[in-house]
Every structure is written in structure tokens, then in C-alpha cells.
Design a protein around this ligand. Structure first.
Ligand code: RTP
Ligand code: MG
Length: 140
């Protein structure tokens, strides 16, 4: 079995609500290791690179504005199949539809805003994970 790495973000909504510890607790309780951790307010250049796959979609600019609106916690996690495993911990993109038991299902809701504020980001494939880790932690 190959150990994977994934890039997790506690987004500005989750960070401002003081949910970083709760997200890290769930990651560690699941058995994944924390390999890197940083708090930063990302600039739009970094976010354009991070969300390149969404460029041109109607939610792209509001998403970049939201993500640059305050500090985030950027985390590299490690473990067997942790990319899929963290996506399962996070739950569905829409926090209203996300199942209870997941981070978004337990802690998220619709706030009636343009962008879905859904607390966390997690890489969606090994290729995305390595690309995203390079954007947030170029030294790794
Ligand atoms: P993420 O990348 O943040 O882990 O979330 P995801 O894979 O579940 O969702 P994705 O499709 O990659 O979308 C990235 C983020 O954009 C925001 N979004 N808003 N229609 C909308 O209002 C909408 N669609 C997407 C969400 O914050 C989503 O996590
Ligand atoms: Mg995504």
C-alpha cells in the first residue's frame, strides 16, 4: 500500500469560527499524520493557481475573493489512502446536503451567500495533491 499525502485547507469561514482544532482532531482521530501546518492569508495569485481547474466558472471569482478574505490553516496530511479518506471525512461540497458525521454535515450550513462556505478543502486525486502541496508548501 502506498502512503499518500493530501493538501487540506481550513477555509476562512472554518478558521474564523474557531474550527481548526476540531478539523485537526478529526484528521488525527482517523489516524492520519500531520506533515506540515501553516496559517496564512493567501493572495489571489496563489488562489488562481490553486483553483485553476475552476477558472471561468461562475463561482470562480467569488470563491477567490472569499478564500483571500482572511487566514486559512494549510495542512499536509499523510497516510494510506488519505486523499479519499479525508474527502469522506469532509462530506459533500454542499454543507446542507453533506451527511451528519462529516465535517461539513456536522458543522456547516448554507449562509445564503454566493459561494458555498464549506469549512474545508481536500485534494481530490494524487496528481492534485502533489500540485497543491507545491503551491502551499514549495519547500516540501
Ligand atoms: P474543495 O475543492 O474545496 O475541497 O471542494 P470540492 O472538491 O467539494 O468542490 P469543488 O467542486 O472543487 O469546488 C471548489 C469550491 O468552490 C466552492 N463552490 N461554490 N455553486 C457554488 O456556489 C459553488 N460551487 C463550488 C465551494 O467552496 C467548493 O468547495
Ligand atoms: Mg475540489
Amino acid at each position: 500500500m502506498t502512503t499518500e499525502r493530501s493538501l487540506v485547507l481550513v477555509k476562512p469561514d472554518g478558521f474564523a469560527r474557531g474550527l481548526t482544532g476540531e478539523v485537526l482532531r478529526r484528521i488525527e482521530a482517523k489516524g492520519y499524520r500531520l506533515a506540515a501546518l501553516a496559517v496564512t492569508t493567501p493572495d489571489t495569485d496563489r488562489l488562481h493557481r490553486h483553483y485553476a481547474e475552476h477558472e471561468g466558472k461562475p463561482f470562480f471569482e467569488p470563491l477567490v475573493a472569499f478564500m483571500s478574505s482572511g487566514p486559512v490553516a494549510a495542512v499536509v496530511i499523510e497516510g494510506e489512502r488519505c486523499i479519499e479518506g479525508f474527502r469522506a471525512l469532509a462530506g459533500a461540497t454542499d454543507p446542507t446536503a453533506a451527511l451528519p458525521g462529516t465535517i461539513r454535515g456536522d458543522l456547516g450550513r448554507d449562509w445564503g451567500e454566493k459561494v458555498q462556505k464549506n469549512i474545508v478543502h481536500g485534494s481530490d486525486s494524487p496528481e492534485s495533491a502533489e500540485r497543491e502541496i507545491g503551491i502551499w508548501f514549495p519547500e516540501l
